[in-house]
Design a protein around this ligand. Structure first.
Ligand SMILES: [Zn+2]
Length: 497
């Protein structure tokens, strides 16, 4: 809010025109002051006016106002310094507001996208070094840019050869066909002359623990690895970098109900592939970790359901992740409704619903605690939840048009999560009256968790006035909760017949 008519002027209007009506108030939520737009010809603004009966214009064009007073409009932009001038008129008077922003004259791609990055020049320069993962879980990206796709998450302690660098990034040498990049600050460079780690793999042991099958893979160092999962039946390809196979024994133990077969292949001098076939119809999650230099590959079993009449989810444990927190509130609606608060309300209603159906529920965020994304997945895994559902409400990038493109969408990453995403998506199609933006594979950090099927739901667009009003209504939030619960139930009917 910037400019208002003076109170003296309002008083004189009250005296002369109306019976106590006061001047309207304008609140422009988006864009913030000084916002920097890319090279766009138009973008959206949103905010609210009170009273909702006020007439509002932006840069001279009338702007529709929803019954709550919220508004959302797409406005043409011009390059350089640009201002949104809003004017509201009611019988009580007038209000004005100006918001100054900057619009890029032309698109400016990041230096490496602009072609300045030449991988050939950065390979095998200088002495070969070795690094150790320093963070709890290091994100390996597909190129020297944090915004690029995630290649892998490597646990603390894993060693890797470094085969190049670019700016603040190091190129990790995993094998001949696979590259990954990490930022320098998440690894420790070991002294020059440290040998590149190499292990010989001799034998495997399969054992059964509560709710899981464990494959013990003895190595000589914490070698880098990558997992590919295939479904129907569930099968894993475990790529071990810097490993030579000398396999002479696989002990399957006494319980062979989960792992059907393990084959191995030496793909090149330093890349060994383990091909693990299971008897599972649905994937219930997997975890790869080191205990010393022994790798443990854990395959989770189906949840021990003990359904009964009225309790169709008994035996299931669901982790509910109310997205964001006040430190990172996510989307904000035209009435300044914060996404973190709505997500928590939906989570609590869904918690009650799932419990009434017999499920156990782990609330990842209980109040307003600040949790980073990795911590959220760790909470779910340490509670041994069977499913992870992250609850969000959407907004859209400056280049999008929320008047045309708003609604619900479901996200997943691992193949094992796709059937859950499909069942929940079908329930949204049946129950939620918004545009269907579909199912997406997405590199979202919480969905990348492999220890259980994991999805993220965007139920509605908080920045759209009508959808914001519905999200503020407990009855509609209950409908979202019922929809997700129905999706889970349908998923289980297929996954655990
Ligand atoms: Zn969000």
């Amino acid at each position: 809010m910037k400019t208002f008519v003076s109170s003296l002027f309002s008083l004189s209007l009250m005296a002369s025109i109306s019976y106590g009506a006061s001047a309207p108030t304008l609140d422009l939520v988006w864009p913030p002051h000084g916002h920097h737009y890319g090279a766009l010809r138009s973008s959206f603004i949103f905010g609210s006016v009170q009273p909702p009966s006020a007439r509002v214009t932006v840069n001279g064009q009338p702007l529709p106002v929803y019954k709550t007073g919220a508004f959302l409009a797409v406005v043409p932009l011009s390059p350089g310094a640009f201002s949104f001038r809003l004017q509201a008129t009611s019988e009580g008077g007038q209000a004005e507001l100006t918001r100054d922003v900057v619009v890029d004259p032309s698109a400016e791609p990041s230096p490496w996208r602009a072609g300045e990055f030449d991988p050939v020049n950065y390979l095998r320069k200088g002495p070969r070094r070795v690094c150790r993962m320093k963070d709890d879980l290091v994100t390996v990206t597909t190129g020297p840019d944090k915004d690029l796709g995630y290649q892998a998450f490597l646990p603390k302690g894993v060693l890797s050869a470094v085969t190049g660098s670019w700016g603040k990034f190091l190129r990790l040498g995993f094998g001949n066909q696979w590259v990954g990049w990490v930022s320098r600050e998440v690894v420790t460079l070991l002294p020059e002359g440290t040998p590149v780690p190499h292990s010989v793999l001799g034998s495997l042991t399969v054992t059964t623990a509560a709710g899981s099958t464990l494959i013990s893979i003895p190595l000589e160092a914490q070698q880098p690895f990558r997992v590919e999962q295939v479904l129907d039946p569930v099968r894993f390809k475990l790529f071990l970098y810097g490993v030579t196979a000398d396999m002479d024994k696989v002990n399957y133990g006494s319980d062979v109900s989960c792992v059907k077969d393990i084959r191995w292949k030496q793909l090149d001098d330093s890349l060994c592939e383990l091909d693990i076939t299971t008897n599972q119809r649905s994937g219930w999650g997997y975890d790869v970790r080191y205990e010393g230099t022994q790798m443990i590959f854990e395959i989770r079993h189906a949840p021990p359901l003990h359904r009964s009449l009225g309790r169709p989810l008994a035996g299931l444990v669901v982790a509910l992740d109310a997205g964001h927190s006040s430190a990172d509130p996510g989307a904000t609606g035209p009435l300044r409704t914060h996404e973190d608060a709505i997500n928590l309300l939906v989570a609590r209603q869904l918690e009650a619903k799932l419990k009434s159906m017999g499920a156990g529920v782990v609330m990842v965020r209980k109040e307003d605690e600040v949790l980073d994304l990795l911590r959220r997945t760790r909470i779910a895994w340490s509670a041994r939840a069977h499913l992870f559902i992250s609850l969000h409400e959407n907004s859209i990038a400056d280049s999008g048009n929320p008047l045309e493109d708003s609604g619900f969408s479901i996200y997943y990453w691992a193949p094992q999560s796709r059937p859950l995403a499909e069942a929940v998506h079908a329930a949204y199609q049946a129950n939620i009256p918004f545009k269907d933006r579909g199912i997406s594979y997405d590199n979202l950090a919480v969905c990348r968790m492999t220890q259980m099927p994991s999805i993220l739901t965007e139920s509605a667009f908080l920045i759209v006035p009508e959808q914001e009003a519905m999200l503020l209504d407990p009855a509609f939030r209950d409908r979202i909760a019922g929809t997700i619960a129905q999706g889970i139930q349908q998923y289980l009917k297929k996954a655990v017949p």
